[in-house]
Design a protein around this ligand. Structure first.
Ligand code: DOR
Ligand code: ZN
Ligand code: ZN
Length: 456
């Protein structure tokens, strides 16, 4: 497919309800979907080229609302060993992800309009998929955030507990000021919700132990405290509040109640918190060290419940590559974060086929909901007028996660060896083939932003 042409996808199967699929044909004209219908139902122009999908599942390209591609646009040798826009977005399209929203904790961080523009211009030249950029909240940049939003940032990310990088808003009066400003300037405030004072208290207690469980050093109560405070500010100012990587039963309970109250509070869940519990540390050690940490089995169960009952809104991979060399360091020196772009879809499809959730829910969490929450018009749906971002998914073949075929530069996966179904066969970005037969094609990515309107 090349943009400008007309294509009819025949013998496609699309998600109907639950896990049931329906036969469909999809007409693509240029960069957009022109129609979706039952076989034979669409009016097809005679010059349309037919592409036989061979009964594979077709989903809208995934939107990953939470990635760390490590690339500020200013070359940084150490970060380049982990990822950049090229390797990270190759991983994205190989994983069926056609839009990534990139976090601001790069070097330098995305905390000024100049830094934002540098990253934007660099990503526009190198990205294999569409991308949105977060502005970062810092101690001294309250006024710079609306400027970045006006330049097209998708949202502002605020760390209320420290993690990779040095972005931190630990002081609750400044935190509150960001909630107020976000409401006034109508931007989404995405929170890394682990309370800094709570983290410091526990770290001080454990730092004489050789290798404590990460979940003890950064316990659930720190996350609960931060989410409870965020919700109270959301109640005061009606701020659109996006809780990143919610990992505990307590957070799910608080967010469920906030939604019932009618507050605009959104819940993201990361795959690692769904597919591992804290006992995985005994097997993979620092490889599964991330912030927030892997939690108890009861927490994992509560996340699946939240995912299925509509409390959780999105799946964000928190794709956060680090080198294995760094991961082999002792606990207190090893960095936090795991890659996830290439495994999110097979993990969730396999879970749906095993009836832990449904394909309908996966499509909502990974496509529709992120587009709605971040205001990305024309994304995340298989409907006439939407961007022709498509992924063909193989439901039949089961394959183990391999590390040698990954595109992420860090070259490893916490899911290595896991047997999964639901691997992407082909990925299209606005009508262009960007992944086929194991090979990504690029650099067609454009910036997405809530400022853009879909003119279709
Ligand atoms: O595990 C994490 N890794 N959590 C974060 O908050 C940051 C991320 C990273 O950038 O490495
Ligand atoms: Zn985070
Ligand atoms: Zn993150």
């Amino acid at each position: 497919m090349s943009p400008g042409g007309r294509f009819l996808l025949t013998h496609a199967r699309i998600v109907a309800h639950g896990n049931s699929l329906q036969d469909a044909e999809i007409l693509v004209e240029g960069e957009r979907i022109a129609g979706v219908g039952k076989p034979g139902e669409l009016h097809v122009p005679t010059d349309a080229i037919v592409v036989d999908v061979r009964k594979h599942l077709v989903l809208p390209g995934l939107i990953d609302p939470h990635v760390h591609l490590r690339d500020s646009g200013v070359p940084h040798a150490e970060e380049r060993q982990k990822e950049d826009f090229v390797s990270g977005t190759k991983a994205a399209v190989a994983g069926g992800v056609t839009t990534v929203l990139d976090m601001p904790n790069t070097l330098p961080p995305t905390t000024s309009l100049a830094a934002f523009k540098t990253k934007r211009d660099h990503a526009a030249k190198t990205s294999f998929c569409d991308f949105g950029l977060y502005a970062g909240a810092a101690q001294d940049n309250l006024a710079a955030v609306p400027a970045m939003i006006r330049a097209g940032a998708v949202a502002c990310k605020m760390y209320v507990g420290s993690s990779t990088g040095n972005l931190l808003v630990a002081e609750s009066t400044l935190e509150e000021t960001f909630f107020k400003s976000a409401a006034e300037n109508d931007y989404v405030l995405a929170i890394h919700a682990e309370d800094q004072a709570c983290l410091e208290k526990h770290a001080a207690f454990y730092d004489d132990k050789k290798a404590p469980r990460h979940n003890e050093v950064r316990p659930p109560e720190c996350a609960e405290l931060a989410v409870a405070r965020a919700i109270s500010f959301a109640r005061t100012y009606r701020t659109k509040t996006y809780v990143c990587h919610s990992s505990t039963a307590a957070e799910a309970g608080l967010i469920r109640a906030a939604k019932a109250e009618g507050l605009p509070v959104f819940m993201e869940v990361a795959p690692h918190h769904l597919f591992f519990d804290q006992s995985e540390h005994d097997v993979q050690h620092n490889r599964v060290r991330m912030n927030p940490p892997l939690r108890s089995r009861a927490d994992v169960k509560a996340l699946w419940t939240a995912l299925n009952d509509g409390t959780a809104d999105t799946i964000g991979t928190d794709h956060a590559p680090h080198t294995l060399e760094q991961k082999r360091k002792p606990y207190w020196e090893a960095p936090s974060g795991v890659p996830g772009l290439e495994t999110v879809l097979p993990l969730l499809v396999t879970a749906a086929l095993g009836e832990k959730t449904t394909l309908e829910r996966v499509q909502q969490l990974c496509c529709q909901n992120p587009a709605r929450i971040f205001g990305l018009q024309g994304k995340g749906r298989l409907e006439a007028g939407c961007d022709a971002d498509l992924v063909f998914v193989d439901l039949d073949v089961e394959k183990a996660v391999g590390e040698s075929t990954l595109f992420t530069r860090c070259g490893w996966s916490p899911y290595a060896g896991m047997r999964l179904r639901g691997w992407p066969l082909k990925t299209y970005l606005r009508g262009r083939l960007v992944f086929d037969r194991g090979q990504p094609f690029g650099h067609f990515g454009k910036m997405v932003s809530p400022l853009q309107t879909n003119t279709a």
